[in-house]
Design a binder for this molecule. Structure first.
Ligand code: HAM
Length: 420
């Protein structure tokens, strides 16, 4: 008894990307690359899999990402592996492993690729999503923060996002944060009865995360909560003021949001997000900040860092139909009969070598059916190799928009199209 083979589907929250949508992805990636190069960044490609412990130590044991969202499994050798949930920890691992900091005083690296988080899929939230990110290491100067924030702002504008807000905060240094967390805990404990079990646990383990709670009841309580910015020491205050002054000098609009804490534990000093009202609940389409202790935490030298990552799916949601790239012009080649096929194939090869985009069938079909195919591919021109024309050494070039036809010698076709 024969059974019908199962039809497989992609895993929930993970998507196939193909034309026409893929054209917008390629254009975003190309645009991002150009801008990274303008700021002196070079590309790094890391493996998708790392030892689980890298993320536990890098991102933080008590973060939502590490506690709940990682794709972790044992490999055949019994080692715990994790599909990377973000890029920063991997970049730092690579920098330390290869001593990349020895080559230059400042390191500027960018990356693009898939990340994995086991979250509940919804609009703008996926289990495999893509980031375009960068990391600048080797300086704790606030001027580096200004440049990185400016780069993020420049990049998303250049890629076509217009309706967004740059929100920025300072998380202070470690002492400022410890002092602030104590004050925040004391404040929140007064409202313990208003919190559910999960939030009470969060207040104990990671109280800063309560600040970006979306629960309206908690948001109300937070209105009168102490603010991190009132708890900055001299060092962090001077840094914060220099960052804001630099952004002001470059005329980069920003909003101070004292609730930005970011979901990863390595941040201190500057933290920022790009927010769009077009995204609904998942409104941050990029986020980043300073991480001065991460390299030492991961076994490297004292190398302060700052960076950000854009979520490509969310960026593309922000773009909507704007900036839709057009498909490269296609030339279709139609042929009638065997001799015509040989000429057509030779011409296709020559045109492709000249850098043109050419398509044709592999077996003889009616001219009508070949022209229909050309129409589906939205070809700008069709070259028709008919037996009569071939005898004269020519082919017919049809403009698919105007239906005008022109007879052109076969040996001049490359010249004709290359010069259009
Ligand atoms: P993050 O805020 O966790 O930061 O992620 C950056 C961006 O990735 C988010 O703003 C969002 O657009 C996108 N993103 C995150 N999770 C999802 C998801 N489940 N589905 C779709 N998009 C998502 C980081 O990952 C840091 N490593 C950024 C950084 C680089 N900080 C310093 N350097």
């Amino acid at each position: 008894m024969s059974t019908t083979p199962k039809k497989y589907q992609a895993i929930s929250g993970m998507h196939d990307l193909y034309a026409p949508e893929i054209l917008q992805w390629q254009s975003v990636e190309d645009g991002a690359r150009q801008i990274f190069h303008a700021y002196g960044y070079s590309e790094i490609r890391m493996p998708l899999l790392e030892e689980t412990d890298l993320f536990v130590r890098g991102i933080g044991q008590d973060t939502g990402v590490v506690c709940k969202e990682m794709y972790t499994f044992e490999d055949k050798g019994g080692v715990s592996m994790t599909l990377r949930p973000e890029g920063t920890a991997s970049v730092v691992r690579a920098i330390v492993e290869h001593s990349l900091f020895q080559a230059a005083p400042l390191l500027k690296l960018y990356y693009m690729g898939p990340m994995f988080r086991h979250e509940r899929p919804q609009k703008g939230r996926y289990r495999q999503f893509h980031q375009i990110g960068c990391e600048l290491l080797g300086t704790s100067s606030p001027e580096a923060d200004v440049e990185v924030v400016a780069l993020a702002d420049h990049m998303v504008r250049k890629l076509g996002v217009t309706n967004f807000e740059l929100q920025i905060n300072s998380l202070g240094n470690q002492d400022d944060r410890a002092n602030y967390i104590n004050k925040l805990k004391t404040y929140l404990s007064r409202y313990a009865a208003d919190f559910g079990a999960e939030d009470r646990e969060r207040i104990e383990k990671n109280p800063l995360r309560v600040l970006d709670s979306k629960n309206p009841g908690i948001q109300k309580i937070l209105l009168a909560a102490p603010s991190m910015l009132d708890h900055l020491g001299c060092e962090a205050r001077a840094h914060w003021e220099a960052v804001l002054a630099g952004l002001g000098h470059l005329n980069i609009p920003y909003t101070i949001n004292t609730r930005i804490v970011r979901g990863l534990d390595y941040y201190g000093f500057t933290a920022f997000e790009l927010i769009s009202s077009e995204l609904g609940a998942q409104n941050a389409f990029a986020g980043g900040g300073r991480y001065n202790g991460l390299v030492t935490d991961l076994g490297g030298p004292d190398l302060p860092g700052i960076g950000f990552a854009i979520g490509v799916e969310r960026l593309i949601l922000c773009l909507g139909d704007k900036n839709q790239p057009t498909q490269k012009k296609i030339i279709y080649i139609a042929f009638m009969g065997e001799i015509a096929f040989a000429e057509a194939r030779k011409t296709a090869y020559a045109l492709r070598k000249a850098g043109l985009s050419v398509d044709m069938d592999y077996e003889a079909k009616s001219l009508k059916s070949q022209l229909r195919h050309a129409g589906k591919l939205q070809a700008a021109h069709t070259i028709i190799f008919g037996e009569e024309e071939i005898k004269k050494g020519t082919a017919m070039v049809k403009d698919m928009k105007t239906n005008e036809q022109k007879e052109i010698p076969i040996d001049q076709l490359v010249h004709h199209f290359a010069n259009q």
